[in-house]
Design a protein around this ligand. Sequence first.
Ligand SMILES: Cc1cc2nc3c(=O)[nH]c(=O)nc-3n(C[C@H](O)[C@H](O)[C@H](O)COP(=O)(O)OP(=O)(O)OC[C@H]3O[C@@H](n4cnc5c(N)ncnc54)[C@H](O)[C@@H]3O)c2cc1C
Ligand code: SF4
Length: 523
Amino acid sequence: MAKTYQTLRLILGDQLNASHSWYKTINDSTLYVIAELHQETSYVKHHVQKVCAFFAAMQEFSHALKKAGHHVVHLTLDDTLPHEDLPALLGALFEKYAIETFEYQLPDEYRLRTQLSDFCAYCKLSTRGYETEHFYLSDSELTTYFSAGKKHRLEAFYRKMRVRFNILMNNGQPAGGEWNFDTSNRNKLKQKDLSHIPEPLVFANDVSDIFSRVKKHQISTFGTYESKCLWPITRQQAKALLFSFCETQLSKFGFFQDAMTCKADDMYVKKQWSLYHSRLSFAMNSKIISPKFVVDTVIAYFHQHEDEIDIAQVEGFIRQIVGWREFVRGIYWLNMPRYGQLNTLAAKRDLPVWFWHGETKMNCQKHAVKQSLDYAYAHHIQRLMVTGNFCLIAGIEPSQVDAWYLGIYIDAIEWVEMPNTRGMSQFADGGIVGSKAYAASGNYINKMSDYCSSCHYEIKSITGHNACPLNSLYWHFMHEHEQQFSANPRNRMVYATWRKKSPEQQTEILQHASGLLGNLDKL
Ligand SMILES: Cc1cc2nc3c(=O)[nH]c(=O)nc-3n(C[C@H](O)[C@H](O)[C@H](O)COP(=O)(O)OP(=O)(O)OC[C@H]3O[C@@H](n4cnc5c(N)ncnc54)[C@H](O)[C@@H]3O)c2cc1C
Ligand code: SF4
């Protein structure tokens, strides 16, 4: 007969926070459960590296808890197969271990939080949900910063966060005299910069056993399988990645934050996928490492190296975590579940097939998609201004865009994926997250990357057989939504330029775009 326990505590795959107050004391009557759940592998089709990385990190977390003296059950896909879903598994475990109390940390995803709260409503045991103790803002505080349906702006929120948590502040004023140093950031990588791009620190965690289980259970995945997981799956590895970021990338983080290149790799060194980005999102989103630890470490490193690192680089990085990351979480929780249905621009086309294999003649899209398939990673501008912009100006249905982003990225969990995708990138929320749609023609990509010089299409042409498709699609999109967008003063110049074109030119552009829209799979 199994040993019995009084309390069962559930740990979900993105709740690997070793600093949680749960673990401060060891209690022989508490059983921790970490389970590879079939339902979590199938609510969307995931990248194979994402499934392997989460399962590997869960396994490591369970070993670490056991080593610290806690009682832990780690269940694999084999063990959880007989149970239809999470509630069914929990019911069986309650019986097996004669559990009296069920405790869990509040899931960060609406789907799971609803499932657990519904389960608890009918559960005969005493139940209790805890904060995850991971974010700067606790769950219960979100309503003091965010309201449902209201258009929020990052800058105001970010300043409040800096003041409240005393981050990069000097006597109540922002360090360096500015809240935001974006004007000195965002440069293109020139030829001379390519050899200086640092080689990314990657790990080699063996996930072949996990992959065998994934295959055995016929879990449907996509993307390139790697038997050695290159993402950090332990706290020690996450810290190593953070320190490596401080040493090799922080000094240029903001400077090259938006840059893209396809000319920095050779046969031996692959570095253009990572550039000056930290790649800490998986470690943070699985909660292996906390945002506060990351921010405090970066600021301490900056203070020790102020002669080498400019505040603009540090502020740019801090803003992503203290600002954007906390901001999108507030937007998500205050607006779900309605947010997941929003489609303000009534976009309805299907996602082109090349999103699943990367075979397109558009060099920018090919690089962003293939890299995402190979690494389960693309940096922010690749997500926002390459694939995201394409979907926006081609009018792809937001739920299909959401599903792709939620599946493909190593760090994709709905609370952070959805406001970024449906909101910031697709403007499907009508401006809850951003003040305008981030629509761009090929010009933007030409400005920030070296993709266009080796593309099948001609960046300077709007119409004609080889014209860059993004150019006419952009004008088609702006024309289609003129009534809604022209009221925004930030779009005044755009519509002035459009109106300067002759009616014949406008017709030619719109007709060219319509031809492309009927043939998106073949671009
Ligand atoms: C369409 C789209 C979808 C996205 N989906 C996700 C997602 O599923 N999961 C995810 O974590 N991020 C997502 N982002 C935000 C951002 O692209 C990633 O956080 C970032 O690329 C992760 O790589 P990194 O760790 O190297 O980030 P860095 O460039 O090194 O930035 C540091 C950290 O800042 C945080 N951060 C930066 N930008 C954002 C942002 N816009 N929102 C929230 N946090 C941010 C991340 O935690 C990141 O690790 C998305 C962005 C877009 C435009
Ligand atoms: S020419 Fe157009 S499609 Fe080709 S890489 Fe440049 S922006 Fe992309």
